[in-house]
Write a protein that binds this ligand. Structure first.
Ligand SMILES: CC(C)(COP(=O)(O)OP(=O)(O)OC[C@H]1O[C@@H](n2cnc3c(N)ncnc32)[C@H](O)[C@@H]1OP(=O)(O)O)[C@@H](O)C(=O)NCCC(=O)NCCS
Length: 170
């Protein structure tokens, strides 16, 4: 009996978000979060944050957009920092490491651009695996009520300096 080799995985490309990616990114976010996306505290931040497409990563396979990690510029306690989200991978493509790769690429780009920190609102069991910690964000004051345990930050400088203060426009 012959053994069939596994079909090769289609190549996944990570690239920075272009204006023409917008509708596909919006569709992916809608599928991943549903209408509840607009009620999130992160949306309150994005209402005044400055979108940074040059730091925002999309994952494309065979011409299809299947992941996104958007980045925004704000300040925390007066310090310029980046805010990550929405972050999503299409349902059928999850658990293959694409999410972690997108986070890493977005953080690398932010570091190269001179940013010191990235922060977000999310699950520590996931984001703790990709370098984020609640301990660095206990002093972050979000613009709307939040479960403070879900506010997480990553120091891009190699240190572990916490963020502290109110989130305000860049
Ligand atoms: C979160 C998300 C982007 C991760 O994408 P992904 O490409 O599947 O992530 P990775 O492949 O890097 O990691 C998968 C691992 O993380 C785990 N994981 C996924 N979401 C998790 C969560 N919320 N909490 C804890 N672990 C989680 C998976 O079980 C898997 O574990 P394993 O490696 O032990 O099998 C994807 O699950 C998604 O789009 N979810 C819906 C939208 C969402 O919740 N976004 C985050 C909002 S803050």
């Amino acid at each position: 009996m012959s053994v069939q080799p596994h079909a090769p995985q289609p190549a996944l490309t990570l690239q920075f978000e272009r204006p023409e990616d917008g509708p596909a990114v919006d569709g992916l976010i809608d599928r991943a979060f549903g209408p509840g996306r607009y009620t999130k505290v992160s949306e309150r931040v994005r209402e005044f944050a400055q979108f940074a497409p040059e730091l925002s990563v999309v994952a494309v396979s065979q011409g299809r957009l299947m992941g996104c990690a958007r980045m925004w510029r704000v300040r925390v306690g007066g310090q310029p920092v980046t805010f990550l989200g929405p972050f999503a991978v299409d349902q059928g493509e999850r658990n293959a490491g694409f999410g972690a790769r997108m986070i890493e690429r977005a953080c690398e780009a932010a570091r190269a651009a001179g940013e010191t920190h990235v922060f977000l609102v999310g699950d520590e069991p996931y984001f703790g695996r990709v370098g984020f910690s609640g301990a660095l964000a206990t002093g972050v004051v979000m613009p709307a009520p939040v479960d403070q345990r879900r506010v997480l930050a990553r120091d891009l400088t190699g240190g572990d300096t916490p963020l502290s203060g109110s989130v305000t426009p860049a």
